[in-house]
Design a protein around this ligand. Structure first.
Ligand code: ATP
Ligand code: MG
Ligand code: MG
Length: 474
């Protein structure tokens, strides 16, 4: 491919293809169906699907559904919809379809003397694991004979043990400087109904064991995840090697997206939904894809944003103003403009009788479009577009001043009425001769253009204005 690499992962893929290490690219986007997707996920979606597309490869939409107590079909469906809306499509796969394969891999490890059943309590487990400066301690069960491990593991699957009673651990190295390698748990007993496999299983694999197997089964070439998994990569490779997979997927890490004025942890977002602080996962203030969609953000703007922020190896926080900038840029070319007055005052044009239809621009630029809009001598304008005591550089309407009504005429303000509360209620204006937009020969130069609606034909709307989800910058 002749295009310039988009980021460091793109460069790695280009190299792997050039050297013949791989013949095609297969990536995956692996959400856990325990919530709705957010803008952070969009970064991962654009990266994974984008790279597959660039190299004519494939990207799987894989549900990482190995944690039955938190997962749900509602979330799966919402995720499928959001990925599609963002403009991507992939084969839909489920980790739970590989439970049998994962079980076989665990048996293989036991047979190779690389896994054992342990009964340490969670507290002991923590204590035995050691710390960064202190080596771990071996459990007395570490050298349990293989036959015994096999038999107990079968009994675990058969439901003979209670939740938390026993675990299967990988036998790696209790003195490894990497704590993830200190005999991590790879299977646990959990009597829970799974949203797809039902009651079939009462043992479930842990993420660090399941994920590499899922990647290997799907022949993923580049398994892209966020930075916090960097320390898990040795375990990822250990599982792939010892479960004897070929070809071997490789894990690459990139910085997750953090945005100002919002939060991106699904756990936290779920709490906002469950405790009814928001109107649902698609509340327009939420950073979820469905929330942004409901807010009116175009998918293209989100893709553009993901491209702009790039893919790096260091964590940082992106200003949410950049996302808003991308949205405005896109709406500027794609949105059909309407005029709306949110806080109205009346405008009476004293030298205009009757009505007419004016051609008002809806879209500018290459794909310019216009529409017919009713105009009369009785309009509404925005309260803030008229000032009794104008601040410096105020270019809108003032007493005795001029302004252009968008797509219509230049008017001069002759007087205004205030209500008993002192607030302006109505302005009286006159249209200047020969000042109609498009055929203006008045010679008048006015700096301000304001929008308006015709009082008699305007329709009432509900306008929702949203601020940030969080007030605090951090
Ligand atoms: P959360 O912490 O919000 O629950 P998660 O990583 O647990 O996120 P998953 O459903 O497991 O959520 O994520 C699916 C994919 O999306 C993973 O590959 C993950 O790396 C990626 N991802 C999640 N959050 C972000 C983010 N903020 N920026 C970039 N990628 C992300
Ligand atoms: Mg996760
Ligand atoms: Mg999570």
């Amino acid at each position: 491919n002749e295009e310039k690499p988009l980021n460091f992962i793109d460069s790695i893929i280009a190299e792997d293809l050039n050297s013949g290490k791989i013949s095609g690219v297969i990536t995956r986007f692996p959400p856990e169906p325990n919530g709705y997707l957010h803008i952070g996920h969009a970064k991962s979606i654009c990266l994974n699907f984008g790279l597959a597309k660039k190299y004519n490869g494939k990207c799987n939409l894989r549900f990482d559904d190995t944690n039955p107590t938190k997962e749900d079909e509602e979330f799966c469906n919402a995720i499928i919809e959001d990925v599609k809306w963002l403009g991507f499509e992939g084969e839909i796969l489920f980790s739970s379809d590989y439970f049998e394969k994962m079980y076989e891999c665990a048996v293989l490890l036991i047979n190779k003397g690389l896994a054992y059943i342990d009964d340490l309590s969670p507290e002991q487990m923590r204590e035995f694991r050691g710390t960064l400066t202190e080596s771990g301690k071996e459990s007395k069960n570490r050298n349990r004979p293989k036959e015994e491990n096999l038999k107990i593991f079968k009994d675990m699957r058969a439901g003979k043990y209670r939740d938390g009673e026993l675990v299967l651990r990988a036998k790696i190295d209790m003195s490894s400087p990497n704590i993830n390698m200190r005999d991590p748990i790879i299977y646990r007993v959990l009597h829970a109904k799974h949203h797809r496999s039902g009651d079939k299983w009462c043992v479930y694999p842990m993420y660090d064991f399941a994920h590499p197997i899922e990647d290997a089964v799907e022949k993923i070439t580049h398994s892209i995840c966020t930075l916090e998994f960097e320390d898990h990569r040795p375990l990822y490779d250990w599982v792939i090697d010892n479960c004897e997979f070929d070809p071997k997927p490789h894990q690459y890490e990139f910085a997750r997206l953090n945005l100002t004025n919002t939060i991106m942890s699904k756990r936290y977002l779920k709490k906002l939904v469950d405790d009814k602080f928001v109107d649902g996962w698609d509340d327009p203030r939420m950073p979820t894809i469905s929330g942004l969609r409901r807010r009116g953000y175009p998918a293209k703007a989100i893709r553009e944003f993901c491209e702009k922020i790039g893919v790096a190896k260091a964590n940082s926080e992106v200003d949410s103003a950049l996302l808003e900038f991308c949205v405005r840029e896109e709406l500027n070319v794609s949105a059909k403009r309407r005029m709306a007055v949110l806080d109205p005052i009346e405008m009476i044009i004293t030298n205009y009788n009757g009505s007419e239809k004016l051609d008002i621009e809806m879209k500018a630029g290459e794909n310019a479009e216009s529409r017919q809009v009713d105009f009369s001598g009785n309009l509404y304008i925005e309260r803030e577009d008229f000032a009794v005591n104008p601040p410096p550089k105020y270019h809108r309407l003032t007493l005795g001043g001029f302004v252009r009504l968008k797509g219509a005429y230049i008017v001069k303000c002759d007087k205004f009425d205030s209500g008993s509360d002192g607030r302006v209620e109505r302005v009286y204006c006159t249209i200047m001769e020969n000042s109609k937009s498009g055929s203006d020969t008045s010679g008048l130069k006015v700096k301000g253009v304001i929008h308006w609606v015709d009082k008699n034909t305007a329709i009432e709307i509900q306008a929702n204005k949203y601020s940030a989800l969080l007030n605090d910058q951090d």
